[in-house]
Design a protein around this ligand. Structure first.
Ligand code: GDG
Length: 474
């Protein structure tokens, strides 16, 4: 039977080395969480980078490779230099900031990083080509692997190839800044189906492909180089069932009570993000500062808790960002704290799943205000935990999720005054109105979950082919 290969930079387990031994730990991040369900359910292989195996001796290495095999993972190993150039340099130093419109963070100083990006993409394609059988489908994920569809097509014209972009595709005027714009588009266009979170990202991709490569628009996609590629928007969801069941469990409910007791009557405003400059944490802190400045009577009655799991710590811009977050936090607490209470608390660590769910469930207001975000799963996770329809979501209009979650309070994260006002609106909202909004949000999140997302994409992918691509005749 034809099977499915998932291809992504990270696999859902990361190798951690401790005292010469290796252990597999679950990976964090939106993509790993989103696809874990598909992998657990079906006949899939997962091709990706499991982290650094370099610190292991031969025996420990073999043990980890066996464990990965048992999880149906095909490891693509990366050298330290490849991690630095392909992952930190090109993927996270160039594509990530540019696709999120943060042009001052883009590094364009190095062609070597591009070379590493291309050669690592080639290796991912080879790993998939080696394990795929005739007629299999391959689903490639995200901005780190934009050249894989083309390389894989060259190696295996018989495969059905899908590509999904988890981050925004930027406007043409921004995308065209990239010196490698043609090659990146050609890489993706070799797919049979390309998916985006929103129709807006898809429209930007069509525009860029037409203007940069002269691709031709068709009703359901594009024609380029004698090949038809279908395009579609597929808004990713979450495993809503897992969040709502966990939130209702006795241990989480008990923990929620504890958190509320510790608050001593204060209102909890919560933020949860990877510590990433796209997530707008300093701007959010400035809005909290403005709110406290304008509402002195509230200084003792709210707590803003920001949970920021460290990420990409070796990329320079990320280290600076953490400093910035800590500085603004210190300033606000210095201004508005008292000897016994501070209005802002930042946690720089990974929070275990149950504790995260308890925090979502205990919060009165959730602040999700990225400067730009492909979708944003945190906003959806918060809604899924609110079994009694309580809680208010403040959401950036620049998150893909804002296209779905219209009943949130939508804000412009660049506008500090408007965000402070949104906080005021949330904290004064009549409970009946808040409940009606949350009921609508929760319903949407539960019906449009991650399983539905994966099924919709795969159904459309399977309807595509096997592709009689012109390369098949070469
Ligand atoms: C990319 C796109 C798109 C965070 N802190 C902790 C923790 N998390 C989990 C959250 C959530 C995930 O990480 C973050 O997902 P997001 O969607 O918010 O953001 P990215 O990682 O940037 O994901 C994004 C996504 O891909 C999927 O397409 O939505 O736009 O940028 O699941 O819960 N989990 C735990 N502890 C933490 O401290 N356990």
């Amino acid at each position: 039977m034809a099977k499915l290969l998932l291809v992504s930079n990270r696999v859902p387990w990361t190798v951690a080395c401790a005292g010469g031994k290796g252990v597999l730990k679950p990976s964090s991040g939106g993509l790993a969480t989103a696809l874990a369900g598909t992998h657990a359910r079906g006949e899939t292989l997962w091709v990706g980078w499991p982290g650094d195996l370099g610190g292991l001796d031969a025996e420990a290495r073999q043990a980890i490779l066996d464990e990965l095999q048992a999880q149906r993972v095909i490891p693509v190993e990366l050298s330290a230099e490849e991690v630095e150039r392909y992952y930190e340099g090109f993927s996270n130093g160039v594509l990530w900031p540019l696709f999120h419109y943060l042009l001052d963070k883009v590094r364009l100083d190095t062609d070597q990083d591009w070379d590493a990006y291309a050669s690592v993409n080639q290796r991912f394609a080879e790993a998939a080509a080696e394990r795929a059988e005739p007629g299999d489908s391959v689903w490639i994920h995200d901005y780190q692997l934009m050249l894989v569809p083309r390389y894989l097509r060259e190696l295996r014209p018989d495969l059905r190839i899908g590509f999904f972009l988890h981050i925004p595709f930027p406007a043409y005027e921004v995308f065209r800044i990239l010196p490698w714009r043609e090659l990146l588009l050609q890489g993706v266009l070799a797919s049979d189906l390309v998916g985006f979170h929103t129709p807006g990202y898809q429209a930007h991709f069509v525009n860029a492909s037409r203007r940069i490569l002269g691709a031709e628009s068709r009703e359901d996609g594009l024609d380029y180089d004698g090949h038809h590629v279908a395009l579609g928007d597929y808004a990713i969801g979450i495993d809503a069932e897992a969040f709502s069941t966990t939130a209702a469990s006795p241990s989480v409910m008990a923990r929620v009570q504890e958190i509320r007791q510790d608050l001593g009557g204060r209102t909890l405003i919560l933020g949860v993000d990877r510590l990433d400059y796209t997530k707008g944490i300093p701007q959010r802190l400035l809005a909290v500062e403005r709110y406290l400045e304008l509402h002195p009577e509230m200084r003792d009655s709210v707590l803003f808790l920001q949970a920021s799991v460290p990420s990409r710590e070796r990329v320079e811009a990320y280290a600076q960002y953490r400093k910035q977050v800590d500085e603004v936090t210190g300033r606000i607490n210095g201004l508005y704290g008292s000897p016994s209470r501070v209005p802002v608390h930042v946690l720089h660590r990974n929070i275990p799943f149950e504790e995260l769910v308890a925090l979502y469930r205990a919060a009165d207001v959730m602040l999700v205000t990225p400067l730009r975000d492909g979708m944003n799963l945190v906003a959806k996770e918060f809604c899924a935990t609110r079994g009694d329809d309580s809680g208010i979501l403040i959401l950036s209009e620049f998150a893909g999720a804002s296209a779905d979650l219209r009943e949130a309070i939508l804000v412009n994260p660049y506008d500090t005054g408007a965000m402070a006002e949104a906080l005021d609106t949330a904290l004064r909202m009549p409970p009946g109105q808040a409940r009606a909004r949350m009921r609508a949000l929760r319903k949407r999140v539960i019906t449009h979950d991650v399983h539905r997302w994966a099924e919709a994409f795969l159904r459309d992918l399977h309807a595509q082919g096997p592709s009689p691509h012109p390369m098949a005749a070469h």
